[in-house]
Design a binder for this molecule. Structure first.
Ligand SMILES: Cc1cc2nc3c(=O)[nH]c(=O)nc-3n(C[C@H](O)[C@H](O)[C@H](O)COP(=O)(O)OP(=O)(O)OC[C@H]3O[C@@H](n4cnc5c(N)ncnc54)[C@H](O)[C@@H]3O)c2cc1C
Length: 440
């Protein structure tokens, strides 16, 4: 056991990853979580619907095969990937509002990357030959430029400059951009989008696999990680919102409603929204507080619709075109929540003006048009995460994990400079902070 005692503020993916890595290396760790539950923006919630208690995720999440740190960490914590996820080779099935397949793309599983993608594009349905050739040329161009651009710009401009047609954008690039960056094309950072494409489409062909949760998110992420941390001697304090951190001669004091506790190291692993407040008594870091205060945020709405018995979609995941609904998941196929469909509406848009009931009715109507066999839902539940992710815009300034105060670090999705707000970005930042502490 090291003499150091590390305080980790926040029990989302970043804080849990930092804590798990540090306890593994023999550090004494205390994790403070403001709420009664771990997981942060990737958690399960118990909701009452029609008098029944139901466990739902705060948002339907998609993991990628390229989430190498996340998958390695979960494995360490005892998560069996096959039990936790349905792994599917990258595929996009876009259903039109007229109930017809509009676009079908499937990467060719027996080919190595990037041929799996290029041949998938050759054989995709719903695009003209010219559009398919332009998509393949674009991917080849990205490979030869190593997915780098000189000056970052809104993704829509980059796509248009590279001859991506309206349909290609609508069927392929926009759904991928919304899923990865949760930011409208007109605002999204090309550089960050290309980083995601690079890690997804180069290296192993399995990097582009979709991993769809088969269990609820807390079962997959926070519960196994919490067990691992506690088993290795770490302490987790629930309902302990950290008010501020102050510097002392030997380290830091961390203040909660229960008073102050001393630590040698601190990792601030909250979402960016909470950072400025925690830094209020550390004037040397006020620049980070000011930086994060300028961030804009994007919402994600998840609309759960419970249908009568024997409701099943032909596949686990669909995209919808010309609709408010973007991605549709059959939770019966995925996690045995029979007859339950989850619909994602990401990023800002007109839907934010609707009440939750209006949005659910709109989505149910769209589903009924796209899949005419669906009946009327029995109930719905809308979970609105208003600040689901930071807006991933060009040239967004991100704080580094290391700060100008020795032994104080930032972790969190917003600190991983290569990625948008994702689980993998959060996990990588947490593991990296732990490595920085351990390297001193
Ligand atoms: C609806 C939705 C859908 C998403 N879909 C995907 C997806 O498909 N794929 C993907 O990769 N990512 C997705 N994301 C993004 C992903 O969930 C986040 O990027 C990731 O969970 C962020 O983790 P984090 O640890 O950085 O922050 P958070 O999860 O925000 O964790 C911060 C933690 O700090 C705690 N905290 C805050 N203030 C204090 C304080 N003062 N004291 C103590 N504790 C405090 C909070 O309670 C929270 O538990 C989605 C997010 C949402 C909301």
């Amino acid at each position: 056991m090291h003499k150091s005692h590390v305080a980790i503020i926040g029990g989302g993916c970043a804080g849990l990853s930092a804590a798990a890595t540090l306890v593994e290396r023999g550090y004494q760790v205390t994790l403070f979580e403001a709420s009664s539950q771990l997981g942060g923006r990737a958690r399960s919630v118990a909701v009452e619907t029609n008098g029944l208690l139901q466990i739902l995720d705060n948002g339907q999440h998609i993991f990628l095969g390229a989430y190498s740190e996340t998958l390695a960490l979960l494995k360490k914590a005892g998560v069996d990937e096959k039990q936790a996820f349905l792994r599917l080779p990258l595929q996009i099935n876009m259903q039109s509002s007229a109930g017809m397949p509009a676009f079908k793309f499937k990467s060719i599983n027996f080919l190595p990357a990037p041929l799996n993608l290029l041949f998938g594009l050759i054989f995709c349905k719903g695009l003209s030959l010219n559009e398919r050739v332009n998509a393949i040329k674009f991917m080849r161009f990205l490979q030869t430029t190593d997915y780098q651009i000189i000056a970052d710009k809104p993704l829509v401009l980059f796509l248009i400059n590279n001859l991506q047609s309206k349909k290609l954008i609508q069927y392929l690039w926009e759904p991928l951009c919304l899923a990865a960056l949760n930011t409208p094309l007109e605002k999204a950072s090309t550089r960050i989008f290309l980083n995601v494409l690079r890690d997804t489409f180069s290296g192993s062909k399995h990097n582009s696999d979709f991993l769809l949760p088969r269990q609820d998110l807390s079962q997959i992420i926070s519960e196994p990680l919490a067990r691992y941390i506690q088993h290795k001697g770490g302490t987790i304090k629930f309902n302990q919102r950290v008010r501020n951190v102050t510097q002392t001669d030997n380290g830091f004091n961390v203040e909660t409603r229960n008073g102050q506790l001393p630590f040698s190291h601190v990792v601030i692993a909250t979402s960016p929204v909470r950072v400025a407040k925690i830094l209020s008594k550390l004037p040397k870091l006020s620049n980070v507080g000011e930086q994060t205060e300028t961030y804009q945020y994007q919402p994600i709405y998840t609309i759960y619709l419970q249908y009568p018995a024997h409701t099943k979609l032909p596949a686990a995941i669909y995209g919808l075109t010309d609709a408010t609904s973007q991605w549709v998941f059959d939770r019966g196929i995925l996690c045995d929540q029979k007859n339950l469909i989850a619909v994602i509406v990401s990023a800002e848009g007109k839907h934010q003006k609707l009440t939750q009931d209006e949005l659910a009715f709109e989505v149910a109507k769209e589903l009924n048009r796209a899949f005419p066999s669906l009946q009327k839902p029995l109930w719905h539940k809308v979970i609105a995460e208003k600040r689901a992710t930071f807006s991933c815009v060009p040239k967004l300034e991100r704080p580094t994990n290391r700060t100008s105060l020795p032994n104080l670090y930032f972790a969190g999705d917003y600190t991983y400079p290569d990625y948008p707000a994702t689980i993998e970005g959060a996990v990588r930042s947490g593991v990296y902070c732990a490595t920085l502490i351990d390297s001193i």
